[in-house]
Design a protein around this ligand. Structure first.
Ligand code: OAD
Length: 275
């Protein structure tokens, strides 16, 4: 069904009047950059069961028992991120900062909001580019090309002999011993605490914003999914952009983020703002 133009105008009006905006994003905002979502058809959790792949213990067990399967999973996750570039949705979100004080709270770990030019980005589920100690202290950052090299090596570790050794070799920039002890990717898996200080900043943002733009999330995974509701309880107006009907919002803009968001920003702030 086509985008409802009355809803678009209403959402644009709210954006224009906003003084403090929160953009809350999930996997859907990066779908048009070629990164699969989690729960849509062909999403990660359709192909790789989360009971096995969404927490550290499951990943460790799989590494030992079936290293080729873990290499397949990690390659499926890392390669699309390694190859991705911001799409018109990321760029439209970055443009909003020119007009209104904006915080982007993202559940994504792909770094695409920053690449598109967003400055105040809260990565509440962490980032694949941050390498941290087991307690989450930063060690260093990877570049997208480091992920490309890892993805190539992971492809080689999926089959053949010595899979575990080749898996560990592929993951060397991200996992293993280092001068700070042990390093790991700074991502949040099921059962982990949220990434700090981003999570505390995100709470602060949703308690003092007047509009929340929710883009491309099923809103199923707490505590992140609770953020738009907290903003709403504090009086914020909630706009959703998603092909599927969201749980609670004041206005739903039905469609793909890469189509809807540039139109929304143009409707709110004029045609000099197309992404
Ligand atoms: P989901 O896969 O649960 O939801 C993706 C959402 O994006 C759905 O509502 C889709 O309708 C929507 N969508 C798909 N294509 C879109 C497009 N082109 N434009 C706009 N929307 C689109 O992904 P998340 O909600 O991000 O956490 O998942 C939340 C968390 O669950 C993730 O951060 C991850 C996962 O398990 C952890 O692993 C801790």
């Amino acid at each position: 069904m086509a985008l409802n133009l009355d809803s678009l105008a209403q959402a644009a009006e709210r954006l224009r009047a906003s003084r403090r905006l929160v953009v809350f994003t999930g996997a859907g905002v990066s779908a048009e950059s070629g990164i699969p979502t989690f729960r849509d058809d062909n999403g990660f959790w359709q192909r790789f069961p989360p009971e096995q792949f969404a927490h550290w213990n499951g990943l460790l067990r799989t590494a030992v028992a079936r290293p080729g399967t873990l290499a397949e999973f990690l390659q499926a996750v890392i390669e699309p991120i390694a190859m991705a570039q911001p799409n018109p949705a990321h760029r439209a979100i970055a443009l909003l900062e020119k007009h209104v004080t904006t915080s982007v709270i993202t559940q994504n770990v792909d770094g695409l909001h920053q690449d598109a030019g967003s400055v105040r980005v809260r990565e509440v589920h962490g980032s694949f580019f941050k390498i941290v100690t087991p307690r989450g202290r930063p060690i260093h950052r990877l570049r997208r090309e480091d992920l490309r090299t890892m993805a190539d090596r992971l492809r080689g570790a999926r089959t053949g002999m010595f899979k575990l050794a080749r898996l560990l070799w592929a993951l060397r920039p991200m996992v293993g011993p280092c001068w700070r002890g042990i390093k790991r990717p700074g991502i949040v898996l099921f059962g982990d605490a949220m990434a700090e200080p981003d999570w505390s900043w995100a709470w602060k943002d949703v308690t003092c914003c007047d509009v929340v733009l929710v883009v491309g999330t099923s809103g199923l995974i707490d505590p992140a999914a609770a953020l738009p509701g907290v903003a709403r309880q504090n009086g914020a107006f909630v706009i959703s952009v998603d092909p599927q009907e969201p749980g609670t919002s004041h206005v739903w803009l039905r469609g793909q983020a890469g189509d809807v968001l540039p139109r929304l920003v143009t409707a709110a702030f004029g045609s000099g703002n197309s992404a």
